[in-house]
Design a protein around this ligand. Sequence first.
Ligand code: FCB
Length: 450
Amino acid sequence: MSFKKDFVWGAATASYQIEGAAYEDGKGMNIWDDYCKIPGKILNGDTGDVACDHYHRYKEDVALMKQLGIKAYRFSISWARILPDGTGKVNPKGLEFYKNLVNELKANGITPYATLFHWDYPSKLMEKGGWLNSDSPNWFAEYVKTVVEFFKDDIPNYITFNEPSVVIGCGYVITEHAPGIKLDNYMLVPMAHNILKAHGMAVKIIREFAPKAKIGYAPASNPIIPPNHDANEVEAARKKYFGVNDPINWVWSPSWWGDPIVLGKYPEDGLKILGKYLPKNYEEDLKLINQPIDFYGHNIYQGEYVKEQNGVAVNLPNKVGYPRTAIGWPITPEALYWGPKFLHERYNLPIIITENGLSCHDAVSLDGKVHDPNRIDFLNRYLLQLKKAAEDGADIAGYFQWSLMDNFEWAKGYFDRFGLIYVDYQTQKRTPKDSFYWYSEVIKQNGENL
Ligand code: FCB
């Protein structure tokens, strides 16, 4: 047994992180355009103004995707490029850019997976309170309708939201991402509810205008890893992973963001502490939120090791000198076993890993190549665990490596390099890294060489 025959091997990016062209062709401003202008917010004062200049170089980038051999490409659509004010007037140039990209992908045999929201929220709508405004699901619905009416099934796969936990957690709790406003549960819980409603409305619209398209969602989590695999430990890990019992850390919970969508209800334990912040009619909204979807996407980079103590999973401290990536995230390959396994058990939907990867301190060597053995080793270890999850019965439908190319890593600017392709930001020269050729071989052999 191995990966399915039609396994979706892909790579992912996001609009603000690669496109650049921030002030071109009628694009409106978004909260990342604004946030990058605030001194001290982004490392080295970097911005996404130019990024990888993908807006102008998409043909070269698609040619590289073809060389890589990916079957699918996950990109995101910039809301303010389509609707500069977030609602109202449509920017035809914005639609044209994505149409050209989609056509180029198809001409090269690559299947588009379009994420409708990957964090670049229109500034004009932020002025009205953003996701806190109870009209915000309608604003999102208008944008989604504009996109889907235009593309219909030409985009065969839509992903509604990328990592809503990070939208709220990093944007409004930790405040290291745009808009960087500290809020508490009075506002955070209704905001999360509005995002879930917006997801439900988007799914309905996609079903109406693109009935053949597949629909997914791309939340994120750090799976809980029971290292000894014994039954009690596994059960304790499962409980911890899906438990919602902390008035601050609920924002990172996979079940708060997943259960309403797939199971049509908020997790009981979470309701005990957070129910009082939900709008009065929230149960009615759950019908809207609980639209059938076709696959459960999940972004997984790292997990947490635990031990079982009296039925409870307790975090194990990181060992001295534990392996970690350049950005500092622990290397925990089993996260790609336990995460998909637990999620598949709970939601019973095909699982697609919509992001996984690492940052390294990559550089162009004297020989003109980019040698990144750490990335190859990381991906190899994680993919072996994913393969094991599939062998043990989880329905794993695809895997998107983050990222196709080095790009603007939010608050860390250009300091961290996540790509299979090295980008020289001075010249915009692209250099495929060693991992690019390695991943290409994995795809060719459908993971048999892992
Ligand atoms: C995820 C984001 C993605 C990228 C990776 C490294 O949280 O979805 O845009 O920044 O982390």
